[in-house]
Design a protein around this ligand. Sequence first.
Ligand SMILES: [Zn+2]
Length: 291
Amino acid sequence: MAELSEADRLLLDGVRRGDAEAWRQLVSMYQGRLVAFARSSSRDPASAEDLVQETFLAFLQSLHRYRGDAGLETYLFTILRRRVIDQFRGRRPAESMSAAVEGQLRSRDPSPSFYVKRDEDITLAQRELVVALRAVVQGMQESQRFDDLLVLELLFTSALRNKDIASRAGVPEARVAVVKHRTLKRLRELVAGSGSTDSATIGTLPDDQSLAGLWRDYRLGCPKRSTIGGYLLCTLDEPWRRYTAAHLDISACPTCRANLDDLKAQTHSAVGQRLCERILNSTVGFMAAAE
Ligand SMILES: [Zn+2]
């Protein structure tokens, strides 16, 4: 279930080899959106750059365990989110934070049930569900069924009732039930077709917390950063524009909002340059340890 882009894979290969230029590029590529997220979600926005600096350090320290199941951006945001939670709890991150981040990333569901179900079979079932969910999303995008995609996104990410979801998505209420039913059916077919997981793994939508958790944690409803850039520049087709706006405003996806803030702020590149230098200086001794 590789989600890494070719560009990310090349950068990672370089970082794992200890290539300082690859590390500089990786930091430069992701720091802005991480700072935007830290500023909006941290108890102390002034410490946002510190949190991001710590995030990159933790990334290097846990790199040997990173398998690329989640994209690089998702992985970095997961580490940062843990730092923000630690900050809210008023304590410094434990020494074993990297392992904790990895554990959270692999299971993707911080609910108590996940701690009980950590065996490899469940992880495999979750992976297959993510693959199936991705196929459902791709099918909707390719056939331009953005209203259905928006309904699905709201089913997974909002606590709205069907009636309100229909109203927000601009579809008849009966359509919400149809999308729910068809998605569940399609997921069952896809999982049954994969051969290794019992389709009973899929419960009911949207009550199944594992599906909603996977949707959120693997960011299955998130538009690409380039799409968010297009939204900012008003160059998207109307269906994509409407979906992206709803994802940012109704779902209030914190990661995509951070991307939007970062894209808006990119003109202020001097600040980013200074932080980039700071991160590179503070992590220089850890490049060898990342191997
Ligand atoms: Zn998003």
